[in-house]
Write a protein of this length. Sequence first.
Length: 397
Amino acid sequence: MRRGWKYVQWVHPTDGDEALLDVVRTVRAVPREGVNPRTLGTFLWCAALRYLVHADRQQAEELANETAVLAERTRDSGLLWRPLAWAVIECLLDGDLSGCLHAAERLAAAAEDLGMGPLGRVQKALLPLQARFYLGQPPPEHELEYVLSVDPSESILGPSRAQLGDADLAHRKLHAFMAMRGPGVRLQHEPAPTLLNALETATLLHDRDAADVLRPLLAKRSRLIGFFGTFTSTARVLGAAAALCDEPAAAEAYYQQALEIAASMRFRPEIAMTQVQYADLLVRMGQPPRAAQLLAEAVPALEEMQMTFALEHALRLRATLKPTSGRHAATSDGLTAREREVADLIATGLSNREIANRLVLSETTVEVHVKHTLSKLGFRARTQVAVWVTEQSHTHS
């Protein structure tokens, strides 16, 4: 068991293969009688993170819950902080970005009480880094030492620096990282999250040469999600890199893959971010109606999650599009056609999950549509929507 969790914790996946998950499945089947609780809990936690990297949120949640039950039963200080760390990750995935930062504060405070202050401070610095990126916030200065203790190359800070306008520093650090490793073997064996940060930095800086070097190294890992401070869709970043390198067909394929993966694991910020970048590509490909559809779903979600930079990008794109009479245009009752479609399905008694399956949307996207529908109609309950739909059908008949 101990060898298993050490392997799962420290070995990085290569070429997106399933070797690590095979180890996880094998070790999970080992009888647990007599296993030290901390060893077991550490394995369950590391395995949960590995499933998350492979975009399997359901399995990750099951293992995180097992860790929480074990921590509560044993009251082991080495385990009690882990459910709090999972709460940070869940807030990030669900798009509760401010909640993610607050959860990280609670984690650090609890770790201090458990006598694990240094570990808590590192986790508080790393786990919400992606939330700060989505929110357009730099990491606090006093937390940088903890970030750099994990990533001396500073690649993890590249996307934030590039996004927030510190392009010169981002460029210098990116090229120093690549020059020290070269395009050969050393760069190929860098951990996937490090390469992913470097590639996202290159795309944000519009550094085509760096993107050309980095993207082949991640191509076989496109289904993976980044790790720790890099909870990011590899497929989305590869899509942005392909778009930068004037390969629209490849970019579109990556964006479609990114949407599929993000929806399957209910990763709300990545769904919205991908929709905006995909819409940008579609505008350049001369397909504004499809771009408008994506933006109609992305903008409300970005507003709700307060993802400032992505929202500004989306609004600039939307301003370039002519009003359309497509399925997202507003109807006379103030609802978009998609919201009216959702309202009609609510009236039939379908749940959000059933509506999502019917319309091929993520459940979180449907939740946003339902929220906006209730707000625009001045209702509080789904039953009111059902009555309204019935009355509307009688009026029009």
